[in-house]
Design a binder for this molecule. Structure first.
Ligand code: SF4
Length: 265
């Protein structure tokens, strides 16, 4: 029987202190060495394309996790499939229990008000991913502080209490210059909607194009004031007393990796 140990928020500052000094590639290498069961979560937007390409260039094969809400743009599906095949990342889709038609028949049109949006995002994005912890201890996420908003304070390592996994954001420190450079490389697979007025992309029902004079996330839940994020990323909500349970040997490996790094200083 597997024995488990706890990692809590209070364990993170010294770990992140060390991770902050590493490059994107070094963070990924470290994560692969500590977490035997690790995958890559993306929604098919620009930073996800960049991180997928970096993982591919490192010669690493991890599962590509995709929360398919059933109401995404066809361009997003095409992008995810291209990323999976070109960068050789096996695609694993997580889908809601109900189709949007079945959900609407049962609950009505939820996404038109705040409470309904939360319920809809929970059923279509969060619930399908609740089983992630059965297969993985950690997820690589393409969040970048340069995106601003709540993302501006995303830590490199975070705890995801919804899915009981560690979140690693190797692009957290990617500069605007490096970001632009990756975007303009010919072989970076970019969701074509970004060139059609969509700085960020979610479900068809809740995403519109954005004018040049608007904030970049203005097209997300435009019909609902004050909604900026769906809550699928731990940086999107406050959880300062969070903790998760991981197999004891993984927690031990995590601690050893940092005592080794500290001893090398
Ligand atoms: S973004 Fe809109 S349609 Fe998509 S899951 Fe959330 S509320 Fe539902």
């Amino acid at each position: 029987m597997t024995a488990y140990s706890t990692i809590s928020e209070s364990d993170l500052p010294p770990i992140n202190h060390v991770l902050e000094r590493l490059s994107t590639v070094e963070v990924i290498q470290w994560a692969l060495s500590v977490f035997p069961r690790i995958a890559f979560l993306t929604s098919g937007q620009r930073t996800g394309s960049i991180l997928a390409k970096i993982i591919y260039q490192m010669g690493v094969k991890v599962d590509l996790i995709f929360a398919d809400t059933g109401v995404l743009f066809p361009e997003t599906h095409d992008t995810i499939e291209k990323i999976s095949s070109s960068y050789q990342l096996p695609l694993k889709r997580y889908t809601p229990a109900l189709s949007m038609t079945e959900q609407t028949e049962k609950y009505g049109v939820l996404y038109l008000n705040h409470a309904g949006q939360e319920q809809c995002c929970h059923m279509r994005k969060v619930e399908p991913l609740l089983e992630l912890h059965e297969d993985y201890e950690a997820l690589l996420s393409p969040l970048r502080r340069g995106e601003g908003g709540q993302r501006s304070r995303v830590p490199i390592m975070d705890l995801d209490i919804n899915f009981n996994v560690v979140r690693i954001s190797p692009l957290a420190n990617l500069s605007d210059e490096e970001y632009q450079q990756y975007l303009h490389e010919d072989d970076t697979i970019i969701n074509p909607l970004h060139a059609q007025g969509f700085p960020t992309i979610g479900c068809i029902r809740c995403t519109t194009p954005v004018r040049d004079d608007e904030p970049r996330r203005a097209g997300r839940w435009r019909h609902l004031s004050g909604v900026d994020y769906c809550g699928i990323n731990p940086s999107d909500f406050s959880h300062k007393t969070a903790s998760i349970e991981l197999p004891q040997e993984v927690v031990q490996s995590l601690k050893t990796s940092f005592s080794d790094a500290e001893n090398r200083k």
